[in-house]
Design a protein around this ligand. Structure first.
Ligand SMILES: Cc1cc2nc3c(=O)[nH]c(=O)nc-3n(C[C@H](O)[C@H](O)[C@H](O)COP(=O)(O)O)c2cc1C
Length: 194
């Protein structure tokens, strides 16, 4: 079962998360994962066509997906219909704690819906929201729609985002892979009735 992570990263921070999502997918037996840069997607439409699930990742730039990722979104009109009934999920990263990251995840979910895909949420409880909690918590930014990460503006991708955000992205990958396994099994049982 194939899962593809399609992402853009201007200076490497979002790429750290893309790799973490891919590791999470690979943790689930029976999955095969590939990473695809958004700008290379038009040369690899067949890779996306053959996947059971596609995870979309973009940095938040000016409160929405980066322009390079938006190009990919628009190019994908060429393959409209090919991703129908696949699973989709998303992640984003930005410098501020909020930085309007939710808007980027909404962009990604709407994009998936335009392709007739089924959106997989993050599925983790919110961390870092109580007196005994802290930034080392999984899902420390308290997201539900997808995985969020925060990278300090003055540090490179070898230092930021922190381990908690990287682990959150891994758990998103595991969840998508588990959902895709169930999706495939259900289709084999129910055939065209689903
Ligand atoms: C053009 C541009 C716009 C940005 N807009 C935002 C923003 O709206 N919110 C935010 O928190 N950070 C913003 N940032 C910071 C980036 O999201 C942050 O540096 C992120 O880690 C970049 O990820 P990357 O290294 O994968 O490109 C912006 C950065 C750039 C270059």
């Amino acid at each position: 079962m194939k899962i593809v992570v399609v992402y853009h990263s201007g200076s490497g921070h979002t790429e750290v998360l893309a790799r973490a999502v891919a590791r999470g997918v690979a943790d689930v037996p029976g999955t095969e994962v590939s990473l695809l840069r958004a700008r290379d997607a038009p040369k690899h439409w067949e890779t996306l066509r053959d996947a059971e699930a596609i995870v979309f990742g973009a940095p938040t730039y000016m409160g929405s997906v980066s322009a390079e990722f938006k190009h990919f979104m628009e190019w994908s009109r060429e393959v409209r219909g090919q991703w129908r009934d696949k699973l989709a999920a998303g992640f984003t990263n930005s410098a501020s704690q909020s930085g309007d990251k939710l808007n980027t995840l909404v962009d990604l979910a709407v994009f998936a819906a335009q392709h007739g895909m089924y959106w997989v949420s993050l599925g983790l409880k919110a961390g870092n929201n109580a007196s005994i909690a802290g930034v080392a918590d999984i899902n420390r930014l308290g997201s539900f729609l997808g995985a969020m990460a925060q990278s300090n503006a003055d540090q490179g991708p070898e230092l930021t985002p922190p381990a908690s955000d990287v682990r959150t992205a891994e758990l998103l990958g595991q969840r998508v892979a588990g959902a895709a396994q169930r999706w495939v099994a259900g289709r084999e049982t129910l055939g065209d009735k689903v």
